[in-house]
Design a protein around this ligand. Structure first.
Ligand code: ATP
Ligand code: LTN
Length: 332
């Protein structure tokens, strides 16, 4: 039998997951399971690259895991684990740091965006070398494909560059991974600033919909979403707020944006906002029931992440041993 291709991806527990994480990535992961050998990680080590309250980190880490399972990832079919439980990520990350360049890391747009939001004295070395830890995550599992949203493309490019550089220096060691970015996944934008992406670490909670938001909250957030003063429902870049609402509606109902525009001819923005809220609420209802159940059953979650870490560790260890030997470390 042909060996299944390997998939790796992860999300940061920098908050609880948003509709953007779900429509942009998680839903896609669920559709892919079964066809691949898959590893899905909660990247808690990435989350501390910006200041984070320990109790929030603990809570969000379990929530993200519960969100993965509730959205449909089946722990019997995929390996679910927490990044800090597999020390090989930190070990490989250090080695790869020594094969990554200051210049290429300085060009990362996520670093530039995130560091702009911090006080310049508070920008950590961890935030700067974030993409190297991400490369280690992926390369440890010899992943062929990495399903992510469009915003992660540049990080995948640097992962490929680091892998190729290492392979050229020491002979074939890492599989060079391909990004797996679904074309029909539009970026979900902030409800308060439709020119920037919906992000779970936004300081304004009206900017995002959480998978765990209750129906009333979802209605309220859509009602307050920022649009424009044109007053006609159109699918164009000149109306980014309306375009975003149409994209969300389209992604959930599978209706084409043009059909939606026709449906709303002569109707106002308020009706569109109400209807988008309604389809989002219906999509999230079964997921929310499962999240509630899982968060009340922490023992079950614990079993999943312990078993996941054991499986992940075995795979990661193989790669790490090879890498250490190649760079010249003496085996213990
Ligand atoms: P943060 O804003 O805290 O940096 P985030 O919400 O962007 O985090 P990540 O953990 O960085 O979430 O991303 C997890 C996955 O979700 C990535 O594959 C990313 O591309 C995707 N993603 C995140 N936000 C969106 C969005 N608004 N639209 C589409 N995909 C998204
Ligand atoms: N940087 C990613 C999260 C992430 C990731 C990964 C994604 C960390 N390690 C490995 C794919 C593969 C983000 O911010 N979305």
């Amino acid at each position: 039998m042909e060996k299944k291709k390997v998939i790796f991806s992860g999300m940061q527990p920098s908050g609880s997951l948003t509709l953007g994480n779900y429509l942009g990535a998680l839903k896609n992961w669920v559709n892919l399971q079964g066809q691949y050998e898959s590893y899905y990680c909660v990247v808690d080590m990435h989350a501390i690259t910006v200041p984070k309250e320990p109790k929030h980190l603990r809570k969000n880490t379990l929530e993200v895991l519960a969100n993965y399972i509730a959205a449909g990832l089946d722990p019997e079919q995929v390996t679910l684990f927490i990044q800090s439980h597999v020390p090989a990520h930190a070990e490989l990350s250090w080695i790869l740091n020594c094969f990554s360049y200051y210049g290429e890391l300085s060009r990362m747009t996520q670093f530039k965006d995130k560091s702009r939001k911090q006080d310049s004295n508070a920008i950590t070395a961890g935030l700067f070398t974030y993409p190297v830890l991400m490369a280690a995550d992926i390369l440890l599992y010899q992943a062929d494909l990495v399903p992510v949203g469009e915003d992660q493309r540049q990080h995948l490019e640097i992962t490929r560059d680091i892998a190729q550089r290492f392979n050229n220096r020491f002979s074939e060691t890492f599989t060079v991974p391909e990004p797996f970015i679904s074309k029909d996944v539009a970026k979900v934008m902030s409800l308060q600033d439709p020119n920037s992406k919906m992000s779970k670490s936004d300081s304004n909670e009206n900017a995002y919909i959480l998978l765990m938001d209750k129906p009333e909250k979802i209605k309220r957030k859509f009602k307050r979403s920022v649009t424009d003063s044109i007053g006609v429902v159109n699918y164009t870049d000149d109306q980014p707020g309306i375009k975003n609402l149409i994209n969300i509606y389209s992604k959930i109902t599978n209706k084409k944006p043009e059909e939606i525009v026709t449906d709303y001819e002569g109707k106002g923005y308020a009706k569109l906002k109400e209807d988008v809220a309604e389809v989002v609420i219906a999509e999230l209802e079964p997921i929310q029931e499962k999240i509630d159940y899982l968060l009340k059953n922490k023992d079950y979650l614990e079993k999943i992440y312990i078993a996941g870490a054991q499986k992940a560790e075995a795979a990661a260890h193989k790669t790490l041993r090879k890498v250490k030997r190649k760079v010249g470390f003496i085996p213990r």
